[in-house]
Design a protein around this ligand. Structure first.
Ligand SMILES: [Zn+2]
Length: 226
């Protein structure tokens, strides 16, 4: 199973993910924004889109749903009854409820033979930050979700985030605490051609993963007004 990260190039800096299985030409999409971009990738490689999957229902994560469902006659994964998704006999997407950014948010682990290889964080977790709670979320609930994910996600799994917010999140982290680790991360991101890194990097560099409940709530508020 391979994963294509599509950088949408919109003002919100969304990432869309296409999972694809070369031997069977099957594909799945997570959080489609621009249907044409996704279709271009699928058609260029002659993949059949099996299913459209969303981490939550904000418009920038569902915008491409309808057009893709129609074009490929694909199934829409039911976020209201979230079940694990069997992709192939060897690969599955394991779903985990992750309320906080919205109350109906989920994240996924890409699992091969019981080992998490990837983690799709939607708008729950970004590089060096977490989602806001301004559009239907609750910050106290997001804190609990983040604690859950810290122990649920395999540290060596590749982390696929919903938006490219890493650098602005680091600027915020530096404005709060000018730590060397954040400065180094700015350099790393600036010099990196990829936006896919193992999850354990977040455990070390994400300020929101390393504070207690009270500070988390305070930091989220500060970030909203930054
Ligand atoms: Zn969102």
């Amino acid at each position: 199973m391979k994963v294509e990260q599509i950088n949408v190039g919109n003002a919100l800096r969304n990432f869309v993910y296409v999972l694809y299985n070369e031997p069977t030409r099957q594909a799945w999409v997570i959080d489609p924004y621009d249907a044409k971009q996704v279709a271009n990738f699928l058609d260029a490689h002659q993949y059949k889109l099996e299913m459209v999957i969303n981490t939550h229902l904000h418009f920038d994560h569902t915008k491409g749903n309808e057009e893709l469902l129609k074009k490929y006659n694909s199934k829409l994964w039911d976020i209201h009854n979230p079940d694990d998704i069997e992709l192939t006999p060897e690969w599955k997407l394991e779903v985990r409820k992750s309320p906080g950014h919205t109350m109906e948010h989920v994240v996924f682990a890409l699992v091969n033979k019981a080992e998490q290889k990837g983690f799709f964080g939607g708008d729950t977790l970004f590089h060096n930050g977490v989602g806001n709670c301004k559009n239907g979320g609750k910050v106290e609930v997001l804190y609990e979700t983040i604690q859950d994910l810290k122990s649920w996600v395999n540290p060596s799994a590749l982390f696929y985030t919903g938006h490219d917010y890493g650098l602005s999140n680091l600027e915020f982290s530096l404005s709060h605490k000018p730590l060397e680790v954040y400065k180094k991360e700015v350099e790393r991101l600036e010099n990196s051609s990829t936006r896919v890194f193992p999850f354990d990097r977040e455990l070390k560099t994400n300020i929101f993963l390393n504070v207690d409940r009270e500070d988390f709530i305070e930091l989220r508020k500060k970030r909203d007004n930054w």
